[in-house]
Design a protein around this ligand. Structure first.
Ligand code: ADP
Ligand code: MG
Length: 217
């Protein structure tokens, strides 16, 4: 059962390190998407951020660091090191996830779902974007809805649905005109291109689902 599975700081360190690896693999892809409708730096921005996070992980002794402190530091690093709009937005997700907790050394899957819900809510508040604005919210919010509905009994199937909804959400940005971010200036010329932040957020939050699914299996 989902709620017998407990997640500790190491689980989150693994997740974040894998997000960093994924970022290196997709640095050029995300940058190319951003060249179509932005300024061509999205993959570079996230790579700078996650490399700084990796440095922090490598030089830290985690024996006294709980999940909240770890995720807060990840968020602050992304917020501080990433130049683009995406840095504060991704930073906010991790800081809000952290703020959901107190000093737990281990948490349940339901708590993780609540953390993600808060994180995604934080992006919406900070960026003031709604579904349909051609931003990362288009990928994240449909995923969040699945978590809200299923959080107390999360199964691998629910996590698959979480990922599928984010993937479809990222694809849904292709025909959109942007109402937020740099692509807004392009008007109709942004139609036909996928939003880079929607694609990166779908792919990055899939990492959490993949790790959790392995635990539930
Ligand atoms: P910049 O636009 O400053 O160059 P990035 O290229 O790193 O920053 O990130 C661009 C992405 O940020 C966009 O594809 C979009 O998903 C996301 N974004 C921009 N503004 C907002 C906003 N107000 N709310 C949510 N997401 C946003
Ligand atoms: Mg950019």
């Amino acid at each position: 059962m989902a709620n017998e599975v407990m997640l500790n700081t190491n689980f989150f360190i693994d997740v974040i390190e894998n997000m960093g690896r994924l970022t290196e693999e997709n640095r050029n892809y995300w940058t190319r998407l951003d060249s179509d409708i932005g300024d061509g730096d999205h993959g570079i921005n996230l790579s700078i951020g996650f490399r700084a996070v990796k440095e922090y992980i490598d030089e830290t002794d985690f024996s006294d660091i709980d999940i909240k402190n770890f995720l807060k530091k990840v968020g602050m690093t992304l917020l501080g090191k990433v130049g683009g709009a995406s840095g504060p937005l991704y930073g906010t997700i991790f800081i809000k996830m952290a703020n959901t907790l107190s000093d737990e050394k281990e948490i349940t899957c339901e708590q993780l779902a609540e953390m993600l819900i808060n994180g995604i809510d934080g992006v919406k508040t900070r960026g003031k974007a709604e579904v349909g604005d051609k931003t990362m919210v288009d990928a994240l919010e449909p995923g969040m809805k699945v978590l809200e509905e299923k959080k107390s009994t999360l199964t691998v199937k629910d996590l698959d649905e979480f990922v599928e909804k984010m993937k479809k959400g990222a694809e849904s940005t292709i025909p959109m005109v942007a109402k937020k971010g740099r692509a807004m200036r392009l008007g109709e010329r942004a139609v036909g291109y996928k939003d880079p932040g929607a694609e990166s957020s779908y792919m990055l939050f899939k990492v959490i689902a993949d790790h959790l699914s392995r635990k539930l299996n």
